[in-house]
Write a protein that binds this ligand. Structure first.
Ligand code: FES
Ligand SMILES: [Fe+2]
Length: 451
């Protein structure tokens, strides 16, 4: 194993040190699960080669669980969601008995895409010649049946695709041999049950095309030390040097990034009072400023944790008094391989999905999940907002303070893709700890490709 750089410095404080100073006892699930995956360089061509991407499609994208939509988006019999991934197109439809079915969205006559828009359907009728299927996928009608003696209507159903759900998230897998979803998602279901994912509703859903490989996009969100240079406005209170990076299973990694700390690389060290000022001025994850002052001796983290506990209790009607500061305010980013990212904790859960369109174009989506008020009907999910090529993320005001953060993130993507192409057969470097999730992503791609 190569020796660490002589310039490497000790991290100032670990995340576990930070937790130990919080006002409430942290749950065991915040424990450390570090893995050392080494420091080998990464070939730049993994992001740029059309041939590498072709193998990823075959070996990774068509073999892994893909998040499709939320169950509440298709509540009634016949409600249909169209899901496109690369050259595949799928319809997911609510059945009369309340179950869900996923089917190949292709007319079995001459191959037209059967359904182009979602919505509530009585049947699936191909617009080209009128071949029609029932919403359970069984064949209903061919207007010219007399001319198709080769078709047995009883055997002309739309091919079904594997579908499984977790906490209202609908996933499909094109591979019938894949491990069951819940088994592969572990330990996310346990962690997110604590964080009331089942009580959340989508309050924002925004998408935009990025001109970069899907891994470039995903990697922009699985480490937090890029805050230092990319999001300098967050530096005064973003303790990214004390973040914790965990590999929780083959398919699940996470970081936890503490709020309310000033990293040592920030030029200006702040008092706790100054940090409190900056935190609430920035409008971050702790929520809106409270009307009560900090108690003597409270750190900025303790204060933001307390403000957040009280605010969220008032907003939702649930009791958060025993919840630790970290779960009220820290960034807790989980990634389910290959492209489903969900933030934990009790505040707004950010969800990212990165769908490749080709080797250097990615459809990027951000969703925000918020705990809905107790004892009230759940509000319907927010409508999808697609940004155009020229639209900035900051025009999506439903994303709050995050919107302009995403403009900063996206400003790296196309230049990164360009730089990787310029490297040709060259290599790039990942840090041993802070970028372990990036390295893990590549190792999982390799695992699938070797199958
Ligand atoms: S292609 Fe669908 S009915 Fe002809
Ligand atoms: Fe970022």
């Amino acid at each position: 194993m190569p020796a660490a750089s002589a310039k490497a410095t000790q991290r100032p404080m670990t995340y576990q040190d930070v937790l130990a100073r919080d006002r409430r006892h942290p749950p065991e699930l915040l424990g450390e699960r570090t893995l050392d995956l080494g420091v080998e360089p990464i070939a730049a061509s993994r992001y740029t080669s059309p041939e590498f991407f072709r193998r990823e499609v075959e070996k990774v994208w068509l073999k892994t669980w893909q998040y499709v939509c939320r169950e509440e988006a298709i509540p009634n019999p016949g409600d249909t969601h169209v899901f496109d991934l690369l050259n595949k197109t799928v319809i997911v439809t609510r059945q009369r008995d309340g179950s869900l079915k996923a089917m190949q969205n292709v007319c079995l006559h001459r191959g037209r895409k059967l359904v182009t828009d979602g919505g509530c359907k009585q049947q699936f009728r191909c617009p080209y010649h009128g071949f029609t299927w029932n919403t359970d996928g069984t064949f209903r009608e061919n207007p010219f049946g007399w001319d198709f003696p080769q078709i047995d209507p009883g055997k002309f159903s739309l091919p079904q695709i594997r579908l499984e759900t977790w906490a209202g998230f609908v996933f499909i897998n094109f591979d019938n041999e894949a491990t069951p979803l819940l088994e592969q998602l572990a330990p996310m279901p346990e962690h997110f049950a604590r964080w009331r994912i089942q009580d959340c509703t989508i309050v924002a859903h925004v998408g935009k095309i990025a001109h970069a490989n899907w891994k470039v996009c995903a990697e922009a969100f699985i480490e937090s030390h890029h805050v230092f240079a990319t999001h300098p406005q967050l530096n005064p209170t973003n303790g990214f040097e004390s973040g914790q990076y965990d590999v929780l299973s083959d398919h699940v990694t996470r970081f936890m990034n503490p709020g309310g700390l000033t990293p040592s690389v920030h030029h200006e060290q702040l008092t706790e009072e100054q940090r409190i000022e900056r935190m609430f001025a920035a409008g971050g994850r702790a929520g809106s400023r409270a009307t009560f002052p900090p108690e003597p001796g409270m750190t900025a983290r303790n204060y933001a944790g307390e403000v957040s506990r009280r605010n969220l209790t008032a907003e939702t009607g649930y009791d958060f008094q025993d919840v630790c500061d970290a779960e009220m305010m820290d960034g807790m980013s989980y990634d389910f391989f290959p492209n489903f990212h969900l933030w934990g904790g009790f505040r707004d859960k950010i969800c990212y999905r990165f769908r490749p369109l080709d080797h250097e174009t990615t459809f990027m989506e951000v969703m925000l999940f918020r705990i809905a008020p107790k004892d009230k009907p759940k509000p319907p999910p927010a409508a999808f907002h697609m940004l155009g090529e020229e639209d900035l993320w900051s025009s999506a005001t439903e994303l709050g303070f995050l919107a302009s953060v995403y403009d900063q993130d996206q400003s790296n993507m196309a230049p990164l893709q360009h730089g990787l192409k310029a490297l040709g057969e060259g290599e790039i470097q990942f840090g041993r700890y802070l970028e372990v999730r990036c390295r893990h992503l590549h190792q999982m791609v390799d695992v699938y490709m070797a199958r």
